[in-house]
Design a protein around this ligand. Structure first.
Ligand SMILES: [Zn+2]
Length: 85
């Protein structure tokens, strides 16, 4: 399946084209599954889409790991988690 380019949206890091992808996310060591992300076709920077973020909320609540820290769920935090993994 070819990547779906998101029109009218550019990478905040490099201005490259953004397409939709899926990425695994874990919170406090609990794997929550795969969620929809915007991925830059140039630099590979990724961030969760609004729909992806909502799905993470639901998954985290369902698994009982939802916490106040989730508010700090910014793309750079995600990148930090990936760097440690
Ligand atoms: Zn980029």
């Amino acid at each position: 399946m070819p990547p779906k380019i998101v029109r009218g949206k550019l990478c905040p890091e490099c201005g490259g084209p953004i397409h939709l992808g899926r990425e695994r996310y874990s919170f406090r060591g609990v794997d929550l599954g795969e969620f929809e992300v915007y991925v830059c076709g140039r630099c590979g920077d990724s961030s969760f889409t609004p729909a992806g973020s909502r799905a993470i909320d639901r998954a985290a609540k369902a698994k009982g790991v939802f916490g106040i820290e989730h508010e700090a769920h910014a793309p750079h935090m995600v990148a930090h988690e990936k760097a440690r993994a």
